[in-house]
Design a protein around this ligand. Structure first.
Ligand code: C2E
Ligand code: MG
Ligand code: MG
Ligand code: MG
Length: 275
């Protein structure tokens, strides 16, 4: 009995692993076709200043509409694109498409600040600086309107190499943000040495405000620290009026989240008004 059960358990797990491996392989193959066939679009999520209800910028977020499967979320395919190196080509496409759209908005007299997510592989790529300056030139994007989002984990490891790469990228005139701040484990002494401009408070701290007093303390502390270090601070994943009010009362005025708007397609951005 026990033996049979053990064998079944083994088969059960091994079958699950097979399925996960097959799914990975499937996504990897489909990613190649998707890049070739332009199955990607970008959506843009407004960042709003609480004090005057003005949009101050957008974050570009990639979307994949698979012809048979429908939408596949970035949390599923970005790690695979990263592991296979496909992210380098895909990331360059994101960069160029987001810059082009920003320039279009600027021509309409709208705010052009554009945040894009960089992956670890792109950040470490020795061609990164050249790719960036080529895209900026090709699209006529004013460098200071481009905000590159990095995560703490990308900067740890070889910290000296990361600092040098950050300085080289910054020399192009772009701004740098730390995304999902508080979820990685960068030490505060390093934070001071990274030439970054913006901290994005991770959604995990914001989502249980006002029920969780610990999260409220942590969020307030992150905002206070950002200000001490002369960094701008943006809160992510803000969904309720209570959260916006709490953040503003603690001196974080720029917020991004479903409370103001989910990520939206280009045509919706062009007519977007803060409610
Ligand atoms: P992220 O950069 O931290 O982006 C924020 C994520 O939170 C987005 O998920 C956004 O849709 C979601 N979000 C925004 N407001 C709210 C809210 O109020 N509530 C909740 N529950 N969620 C909210 P999305 O678009 O699925 O992207 C997930 C992650 O995938 C991103 O996290 C980023 O790490 C990665 N990603 C997305 N686009 C790109 C890209 O073009 N390149 C790279 N390298 N990574 C990307
Ligand atoms: Mg981001
Ligand atoms: Mg984030
Ligand atoms: Mg996040």
């Amino acid at each position: 009995e026990a033996k049979a059960k053990g064998r079944n358990t083994f088969h059960f797990y091994s079958q699950e692993l097979d399925e996960a491996a097959n799914e990975r392989l499937y996504i990897e193959n489909e990613l190649r076709l998707a890049i070739r066939d332009n199955q990607f679009t970008l959506h843009y999520q407004p960042q709003v200043d609480y004090r005057n209800n003005e949009v101050v910028g957008y974050e570009a977020l990639i979307r994949w509409e698979h012809p048979e499967r429908g939408p596949i979320p970035p949390t599923k395919f970005i790690p695979i694109a990263e592991a296979t190196g496909l992210i380098v080509e895909l990331g360059e496409w994101v960069l160029e498409a987001a810059c082009r759209f920003s320039v279009k908005l600027q021509k309409q007299g709208k705010v052009g600040n554009m945040s894009i997510n960089l992956s670890a592989r792109q950040f470490k790529d020795s061609n990164m600086k050249r790719v960036l300056s080529d895209v900026l030139a090709r699209t006529n994007m004013p460098p200071k309107l481009l905000h590159l989002e990095l995560t703490e984990s990308m900067l740890m490891g070889d910290v000296e190499a990361a600092i040098s790469q950050l300085h080289q990228i910054k020399a192009l005139g772009v701004s740098l943000s730390i995304d999902d701040f508080g979820t990685g484990y960068s030490s505060l002494s390093y934070l001071k040495r990274f030439p970054v401009d913006i901290l994005k408070v991770d959604r995990s701290f914001v989502k249980d405000i006002p029920e969780d007093p610990n999260d409220m303390e942590i969020t307030a502390a992150i905002i206070a620290m950002a200000q001490k270090l002369n960094l701008e601070v943006v809160a992510e994943g803000v969904e309720t009026k209570e959260q916006v009010d709490f953040l503003a009362n603690n001196n974080c005025y720029v917020v991004q989240g479903y409370y103001y708007s989910p990520p939206i397609p280009e045509q919706s951005v062009e007519v977007f008004k803060v409610q």
